[in-house]
Design a protein around this ligand. Structure first.
Ligand code: GDP
Ligand code: GDP
Length: 435
C-alpha cells in the first residue's frame, strides 16, 4: 500500500524546498483548485527503493492571524487524517515559536511516526542553536538543510524504515481491480451504487477491507472484477469531504491499488486541471485508463456533441490519446454496462503479452522501412525486441546506438505497437538498449 509522508510547519520554514528536493526529477503534480487560492502539492518519491507519496501541506498565503490559525489547523488535520508519517519542520533561523509548540502538541496526538526536523542548518555553526528544540520534549530531532540537501539521507532512512508493514492478504488476488476516480460530485458514488444495484444478489460486499479501501467483488455477464472503493466514498464523511485535495489523496491510494482507472468527468463542466491531475497519476502509475463523460443526460446534444467533446479532451491530455472515452449517465444508468465492458477490455490489453517471435516479425520490417534518422553519418540498426514480463506493457528494443534514438522515434515506435497490437487505454513504455 501506498505510504504518505506529510510535511507540516509554519510558512517559510522550508517545506516546499524539501518537497521539491524529494521530488527531484520527478514531476510534482500541482493542484491549483479554482476558487481555492492556495496551491496544494503532492507527488511521488522514493528512498532506498521504497516508494512513497509526499504532501506539502503548506503553500498558502498568510492573511490575518485568524486565517493563519485556520490554515495551520487544516494542515495538521490533513496530515493527521491522510499521512502515514509526518515530518514536522521548524527552522533554526527563527528558533522555537509558540505556534511550533501548538502544532507539535496537535501532531503528537495523531500517534503516527513523527519526525521533528530543524531546517536551515546549513553548516555546523547552526547545530548548537538547534538544540533549543529539545524544549519540545523530543528525544531526537533531525537537522537539515533543505537548500543543499544535507541531512535528508538520515531523515529518509528513518522515515522509510518506520513505514508500517502490513500483513494484509488480498482476498481477491489475481482478479481485475478497477477504481472509479474523479472530482467531488462528478458521480462516482452514483456509478458505484448503480453498478452494485444491478447486481445486488451476486455482489460480495465489503469482502476485502483495508485501512484505505473497500473492495467489492462484482460478477456479471461473464465479467468478474473488484471495484476498489476509496474509504469514505460511499460513506461520506462530514469533514472536508468537499475539499478537492482530500478526494485526490484518496484517489492516489486507490489508483495505486488498481489495474484500471475509470476517470469520471462532469459533462457540464468539461475537462479541467483536476481531471488532468488524476489522468497524470493513472498514467504515471501505468494503469489502464477509461474516461467516462458523466451526466450526459444534462447536455443539450446535437450530432457533433460527442465528437467535439472527445476532441476537446484529447486535445488537453497530451501525447497519450489512445484512450476510450464514453458518454454515460450514472443516474439513468445509460451505457454503464458498456463502461464495464470497455474497462475489462483495457484490463486485458494491459495484461496482454505479445510473443517475441510475433513482435519481431511485425516490428523489424517497420523499422527497416522507416529507420531512425542517421546522426553524424551513423545509422541505428534495431536488431531484436522483447516485451518485458511486467504488469503493464514495456518493450525493449535492442540496437547498436540506443543514444541516437530520440523522443520522436520512441513515440513512433509506441504508435506502431498500438497500431499493430492494440493497447487502447494502456500506457506503454518503450526502451532502446545496447546490443
Ligand atoms: P515553506 O513556506 O515552508 O514552503 O518555505 P519555502 O520552502 O518556500 O522556503 C522559505 C525560504 O527559506 C525560501 O527563501 C528558501 O529559499 C529558504 N530556505 C529553505 N530551506 C532552506 C535551508 O535549508 N537553508 C536556508 N538558508 N534557506 C532555506
Ligand atoms: P461523487 O462525489 O463523485 O461521489 O458524486 P455523487 O455520485 O455523489 O453525485 C453528485 C451529484 O450528481 C448527485 O446529486 C447525483 O445525483 C448527481 N449525478 C450523478 N451522476 C449523474 C448523472 O449521470 N446525471 C445527472 N443528471 N446527475 C448525476
Amino acid at each position: 500500500m501506498s505510504n504518505i509522508v506529510a510535511i507540516v510547519g509554519r510558512p517559510n520554514v522550508g517545506k516546499s524546498t524539501l518537497f521539491n528536493r524529494l521530488l527531484e526529477r520527478r514531476e510534482a503534480i500541482v493542484d491549483s483548485t479554482a476558487g481555492v487560492t492556495r496551491d496544494r502539492h503532492y507527488g511521488k518519491s522514493d528512498w532506498n527503493g521504497v516508494d512513497f507519496t509526499v504532501i506539502d501541506t503548506g503553500g498558502y498565503d498568510v492573511g490575518t492571524d485568524d486565517v493563519f490559525e485556520m490554515e495551520i489547523r487544516k494542515q495538521v488535520q490533513l496530515a493527521v487524517d491522510e499521512a502515514t508519517s509526518i515530518i514536522f519542520m521548524v527552522n533554526v533561523e527563527e528558533g522555537l515559536t509558540d505556534t511550533d509548540q501548538e502544532i507539535y502538541e496537535l501532531l503528537r496526538k495523531a500517534n503516527k511516526p513523527l519526525y521533528l526536523v530543524v531546517n536551515k542548518v546549513d553548516s555546523s555553526k547552526e547545530e548548537l542553536p538547534a538544540t533549543e528544540f529539545y524544549q519540545l520534549g523530543v528525544e531526537k530531532y533531525y537537522t537539515l538543510s533543505s537548500a543543499t540537501g544535507s541531512g535528508t539521507g538520515e531523515l529518509l532512512d528513518d522515515v522509510v524504515k518506520d513505514f508500517p508493514t502490513t500483513d494484509y492478504k488480498d482476498p481477491f488476488e489475481g482478479l481485475p481491480k478497477i477504481t472509479i476516480a474523479g472530482r467531488p460530485n462528478v458521480g462516482k458514488s452514483t456509478l458505484t451504487n448503480a453498478l452494485l444495484d444491478v447486481e445486488r444478489n451476486i455482489v460480495t460486499d465489503i469482502a476485502g477491507t483495508t485501512r484505505d479501501s473497500i473492495q467489492t467483488l462484482y460478477n456479471k455477464f461473464g465479467h468478474e472484477f473488484v471495484l476498489v472503493d476509496t474509504a469514505g466514498m460511499r460513506r461520506k464523511s462530514k469533514v472536508n469531504e468537499d475539499l478537492e485535495f482530500y478526494s485526490v489523496m484518496r484517489s492516489i491510494r486507490s489508483i495505486e491499488f488498481s489495474d484500471v482507472v475509470i476517470i469520471m468527468v462532469d459533462a457540464t463542466l468539461g475537462w479541467e486541471s483536476q481531471d488532468m491531475n488524476i489522468f497524470g497519476l493513472a498514467q504515471k502509475n501505468r494503469k489502464g485508463i477509461v474516461i467516462l463523460v458523466n451526466k450526459w443526460d444534462l447536455v443539450e446534444k446535437d450530432t457533433n456533441s460527442t465528437r467535439d467533446f472527445e476532441a476537446a479532451i484529447k486535445n488537453k491530455i497530451g501525447q497519450f490519446t489512445d484512450i476510450p472515452i464514453l458518454f454515460v449517465s450514472a443516474l439513468t444508468k445509460q451505457r454503464i454496462l458498456k463502461a464495464v465492458e470497455v474497462a475489462m477490455e483495457v484490463y486485458n490489453d494491459r495484461a496482454k503479452k505479445i510473443k517475441t517471435s510475433r513482435l519481431n516479425e511485425v516490428m523489424l520490417p517497420v523499422f527497416e522501412a522507416l529507420p531512425p534518422p542517421a546522426i553524424k553519418g551513423k545509422y541505428v540498426k534495431i536488431k531484436y525486441c522483447v516485451q518485458l514480463p511486467t504488469p503493464s506493457p514495456q518493450f525493449v528494443f535492442f540496437c547498436n546506438l540506443p543514444q541516437y534514438v530520440k523522443e520522436p522515434y520512441k513515440r513512433f515506435t509506441e504508435n506502431q505497437l498500438r497500431k499493430h497490437f492494440g493497447f487502447t487505454g494502456v500506457p506503454i513504455e518503450v526502451y532502446f538498449r545496447q546490443k
